[in-house]
Design a protein. Structure first.
Length: 276
């Protein structure tokens, strides 16, 4: 591995491209990628796009808009239509493949011959640690020509957060915020109604002061996951927490005593965990 610091390796990897289109979700990975790409190539050669669909929480959409304005990113939203895919709605172990496939359906026309950004490379915020997780979406994007500069630069998740912190980016310690569909156990059909219920429940709990959480959907039952250090607070404020989750339409509310475990629903597949 090069002796260069992580952010310099990323700068070098991005400098190999003439123009890029960054899939920008507002998290630390895509945030660092968008910021450094704009620094290296200039805003006129970098387009940051945020995929908008029912699986994107409104809070995350607002974050993307705010960061783009703060950082001077050239930014736009693109509508994705993964809900039109029966394979996506079925919510099998390959759900993420169909989600990223829908993203590429929306982004590839932006870089096609004759388009305003013709010839630009589509880049995603995949880091080195992600390669060991169950992430079929990476395959979908890679097959259609997307590149992963964080991987090419050899950046781990810790490297990404350290680089973002060194650059003063406010997302450096932002909790992972995977799509809302990741709250549904595999085999539970994805619908706009269910995604909306999960979003409302999580937003209501966040308004109580919790920052990192998941509301897992099991019909009328919601299973709340928070980091272990937050469990005492949840129990001390259980009435407010229960009322917040029930306000979204859930009848029963439980708390997972094992705490927040990213990607624990992948246990049903017998594969590694992701940031879901």
């Amino acid at each position: 591995m090069s002796s260069e610091v992580p952010v310099d390796r990323l700068r070098r990897a991005l400098g190999e491209h003439d123009r890029v289109v960054v899939a920008f979700s507002g998290g630390v990975d895509s945030g660092l990628l968008a910021h450094v790409a704009t620094e290296v190539l200039g805003a006129e050669r970098v387009l940051c796009v945020t995929a908008v669909s029912p699986s994107l929480a409104a809070e995350e959409r607002d974050t993307c808009r705010e960061l783009a304005d703060r950082w001077g990113l050239r930014w736009q939203e693109v509508a994705t239509d993964e809900m039109a895919s029966a394979a996506y709605r079925a919510n099998g172990g390959d759900r993420c493949f169909w989600c990223k496939d829908a993203l590429m359906d929306a982004v590839v026309p932006l870089v096609a011959p004759g388009a305003e950004h013709a010839g630009a490379t589509v880049v995603l915020g995949v880091n080195l640690d992600d390669l060991g997780d169950h992430r079929p979406g990476q395959q979908a994007a890679g097959r259609r020509g997307a590149r992963f500069p964080l991987v090419e630069a050899g950046l781990t998740k810790a490297d990404v957060r350290a680089a973002a912190k060194a650059l003063g980016l406010p997302v450096w310690d932002k909790p992972a915020a995977p799509c809302l569909a990741s709250r549904l156990p595999y085999g539970t059909e994805v619908s706009v109604g269910v995604l909306g219920r999960v979003e409302r429940a999580e937003a209501a709990v966040r308004r109580l002061g919790l920052r990192d959480l998941r509301v897992r959907h099991y019909g009328d039952l919601a299973r709340l996951e928070v980091p272990l250090e937050d469990l005492p607070w949840v129990l001390d404020h259980r009435t407010e927490v229960v009322d917040a989750v029930r306000s979204a339409g859930y009848r029963n509310v439980t708390v997972d005593l094992e705490g927040l475990r990213s990607g624990n629903l992948n246990d049903a597949l017998g594969v590694g965990r992701t940031n879901a």
